[in-house]
Design a protein around this ligand. Structure first.
Ligand SMILES: *Cc1c(COP(=O)(O)O)cnc(C)c1O
Length: 402
């Protein structure tokens, strides 16, 4: 099924001026094979059946759309939470890795590679590789290996081979470069599972398709709960942009739905320590795609910063660069402190501890005024178990008094 419209990629993978496939010649055969084959595979009856059954019985979909009553009263509107935190492995990332592992099998691939920053995508990939019985190699910056011990242990238990990367800043960008190098050297038997709506065409479009199950379910759930199949607002955090792309997907062409994309302002937009790519970024090419990125005057990528490891990517998916540039989405920046406060507010009001990334989306509720009858959906991208150290180190006791 091909989706057309102003906010869909063209045949070459462009969203407005952004996207495309800017890749070294040696990677061309791999990307070309994927581009030629992926659509007919994922549109096939066999794929769709396996994908939807796995999402249902293994991942636990559909995830609930929950009317958060106390939070709604607090903000004087109707706030629904799309509970991606209840997925197996605790976030939306599994939707994409399930789709890509089934695709890899249909492509006849025997070996899976992935990059990971915080380790969330690494865990989601190692999980589906165990499920499919395929070999899994995860590239991770050496600094991140040190910082993300619990996820490292999970990947090892799941049977993945972890390869620490010692080049550059030893973080996500360097891990991605290493994964690309591996793919060039293993063009025949290997599939590269990218973790967000980033990378060369067709990845941004393909990952958005896998995540679009979020908004597909939302339509049905909103009809049941509100009598109308679209909301007034959808709020989502954006690192690379995959949970936001999935939450927006079926509403992109309905301009009655306001899209609010939330990026990490870190210690503040002017602090030099943020990941507010759409606001501070300029046009450039990163990991095979033309998009907005944080770079200095010489085109060197500046190291992003956020309290949330899943949001500190120096680029943004080309779809989101275009949504922001064209005015379809509104971009809001949220600092570490604002996110922490929002995480505590949700926890004390609804008994749900959100992921630190998700807390950024929740903090946007403070910045917007809503009408009493508005229907606002916040995509609750993940749960906060992995962030307990950060939360405990920044414990807020003043929330309950507010
Ligand atoms: C990885 C992650 C994100 C950011 O990634 P996107 O591709 O922008 O969705 C957001 N929330 C959670 C819980 C994550 O694990």
């Amino acid at each position: 099924m091909k989706h057309k419209g102003k906010f869909r990629a063209d045949e070459k993978g462009y969203y407005g001026p952004y996207g495309g496939a800017y890749i070294p010649e040696m990677l061309y055969p791999n990307v070309k094979e994927l581009e030629d084959k992926y659509e007919s595979i994922i549109d096939s009856e066999a794929f769709r059946k396996e994908f939807s059954e796995t999402l249902r019985d293994y991942v636990g979909r559909p995830t609930p759309l929950y009317l958060a009553k106390r939070l709604s009263d607090h903000y004087g509107t109707n706030i629904y939470l799309k509970r991606e935190d209840l997925n197996h492995t605790g976030a939306h990332k599994i939707n994409n890795t399930v789709g890509q592992i089934i695709l890899a099998r249909h492509l006849g691939k025997k070996r899976i590679i992935a990059e990971t920053g915080a380790g969330q995508h690494g865990v989601a990939t190692a999980t589906v590789c165990a499920l499919a019985g395929l070999k899994c190699i995860v590239y991770m910056g050496a600094l991140d290996v040190e910082r993300q011990a619990p996820n490292v242990r999970k990947m090892e238990m799941l049977g993945a081979e972890l390869r620490p990367v010692h080049s550059g800043n030893k973080t996500l960008k360097d891990a991605t470069n290493e994964a690309i190098r591996d793919w060039i050297n293993n063009p025949v038997d290997t599939h590269y599972i990218i973790g967000s709506v980033v990378g060369p065409h067709p990845y941004p479009t393909m990952v958005a398709r896998f995540q679009s199950v979020i908004s597909e379910e939302m339509k049905v759930q909103l009809s049941e709960k509100t009598g109308r199949e679209f909301p007034d607002y959808i709020i989502a955090c954006v690192g690379g942009g995959s949970n936001a792309a999935g939450a927006y997907y079926h509403f992109l062409d309905n301009e009655a739905v306001k899209l609010i994309s939330v990026e990490a302002a870190g210690k503040g937009l002017d602090s030099g320590m943020s990941a507010a790519t759409s606001t501070l970024g300029t046009d450039g090419i990163i990991h095979g795609s033309k998009t907005l990125l944080m770079q200095d005057e010489d085109g060197q990528i500046t190291e992003p910063y956020s309290i949330s490891a899943g949001l500190d990517y120096p680029g943004v998916g080309p779809l989101h660069a275009w949504l922001g540039k064209s005015g379809r989405s509104e971009v809001i920046n949220i600092t570490d402190d604002e996110a922490l406060k929002a995480a505590y507010l949700l926890t004390r009001m609804e008994g749900i501890i959100p992921a630190m990334e998700t807390a950024h989306a929740l903090a946007a509720l403070e910045k917007q005024s809503f009408a009493r009858e508005d229907v606002v959906v916040v995509n609750l991208s993940g749960r906060g178990d992995k962030d307990m150290d950060a939360y405990s180190n920044n414990l807020r006791n003043d929330i309950s008094n507010e």
